[in-house]
Design a binder for this molecule. Structure first.
Ligand code: IZC
Ligand code: ZN
Length: 419
């Protein structure tokens, strides 16, 4: 019996991003599965058939109740996935943005008590309702660009109460709006003022008090650490991440962003889900990643904002690594929430091809979040997260830099943007 469908998106250039194996690695990232004039049939929030018209017609039953969207002359992609953001924060840091534009350095601003610590003060001062309200607004920006899944880190509390407040804001937002959220605890993001002379004391506080409490509350899926010179050393990061792993958390890392410290090697050693940034990754780091299942996530919007050298993407791809892309949306080093802009930056400055870029923000991003069984491509059985873009070829999406071409966004079979 053909399955009755409730939604049909017909006739578009369908970027299925459906691969035999995932994550998609190395040279295979050049291969982006695309179906011209494809039909995508959905029922109960899932994709049930994808293919040419005749094949889909054989497999499904279209009824008077089926919502039909004509995508002829348009591009249909899986819902885009942003696997690294600092979505929830109080205040903003435009003053620093202009100071940096005049030559000030990101890490120097932080060492002088600004930077992350400025957001920590504002986030501690913000009410839960304020964090929910600003988070809601930012998720709406993202959804309108076609982003249907977003990883969200804490890390602007650096105390138990505020870290939990940030994660609670994520939990509330998950209940009330359509973007799927993946919560990550990033308590090891900076040294809080209370522990200025006692960094070991803060590490112990995280290990003994905060990590177990976050586990007990069940509000985070991942634990992340900002491993960087002047922030958390490789040794401190290892202790925090090992404890997190013992408690049952999965791991992500800010690795080798400003300095080549061995963050990639640590991510490989602990088999983290992702190692992110990697601007300064060493040859040894690349080799370590190759022997692991870690997904490297590049955040070129940050190198763009800080005017730093970009991650060596071509070298990593030539070595055979998979790559994902994310915004790193945060109030300091990357105040853009626009994943489409980051895709353009990746093409222009990281020399990724449009095919690599689409694989990076769909199937590979899903894999880095442990969701590739359900998200990241348009295949029967997967969740019906789709975007319809108002252009006739996917190559035009990164090309029209900074223009939002997303016209209709569908989350789990429901139209959530457009009509
Ligand atoms: O608020 O500056 N790099 N964490 C690590 C950030 C940037 C976020 C920020
Ligand atoms: Zn980050």
């Amino acid at each position: 019996m053909a399955e009755r469908i409730d939604l049909l998106v017909k006739g578009g250039q369908v970027v299925t991003a459906a691969h035999r194996a995932c994550p998609v690695r190395g040279r295979t990232m050049q291969n982006l599965p695309v179906l011209e004039g494809g039909w995508v049939a959905c029922a109960g929030g899932k994709v049930v058939a994808v293919g040419p018209e005749e094949k889909v017609r054989e497999q499904v039953e279209i009824t008077a109740k089926t919502e039909v969207i004509d995508a002829a002359g348009k591009v249909v992609t899986p819902g885009l996935i942003d696997p690294h953001t600092h979505l929830i924060f109080g205040g903003s840091r435009e003053d620093e943005f202009y100071l940096r534009a005049q030559g000030a350095d990101y890490m120097e601003i932080m060492e002088a008590g600004g930077g992350i610590l400025s957001s920590v003060r504002a986030t501690r001062a913000a009410s839960l309702e304020e964090l929910v309200e600003t988070g809601r607004q930012r998720l709406r920006w993202m959804l309108e660009l076609g982003v249907t899944t977003v990883e969200c880190k804490s890390g602007y509390g650096l105390d138990l109460e505020t870290e939990l407040k940030q994660l609670e804001a994520v939990r509330i937002l998950q209940r009330e709006q359509p973007v799927e959220l993946v919560p990550t605890f990033l308590g090891a993001h900076a040294w809080p003022p209370e522990y200025a002379g006692d960094h070991e004391g803060f590490v112990e506080f995280l290990l003994d008090t905060v990590l177990p409490a976050v586990k007990e509350q069940g509000v985070a899926e991942y634990v992340d650490v900002f491993t960087e010179k002047g922030v958390f050393s490789v040794e401190q990061s290892r202790r925090i991440l090992q404890k997190a792993q013992e408690l049952g958390f999965k791991l992500r890392m800010h690795a080798d962003e400003m300095h080549s410290l061995g963050g990639a090697e640590l991510a490989a050693e602990l088999n983290a889900a992702s190692a992110d940034h990697l601007l300064m990754v060493s040859g040894q780091g690349i080799r370590a990643l190759l022997e692991s299942d870690v997904v490297p996530i590049l955040l070129p919007g940050t190198a763009f904002t800080l005017r730093k050298p970009y991650a060596p993407a071509r070298k990593m791809l030539a070595a055979g690594l998979p790559l994902a892309l994310a915004t790193d949306f945060n109030p300091g080093s990357c105040p853009t929430a626009n994943l489409l802009l980051v895709m353009s930056i990746a093409c222009l400055y990281v020399a990724m091809t449009p095919e690599e870029v689409f694989n990076a923000v769909t199937i590979n991003a899903a894999h880095s979040l442990g969701r590739s069984q359900r998200l990241g491509s348009l295949e029967p059985g997967k969740q019906a997260d789709l975007v319809i873009f108002a252009v006739d070829d996917y190559k035009k999406i990164p090309y029209y830099i900074g223009v939002n071409l997303a016209e209709t966004v569908i989350k789990a079979g429901q139209v959530v943007v457009g009509n």
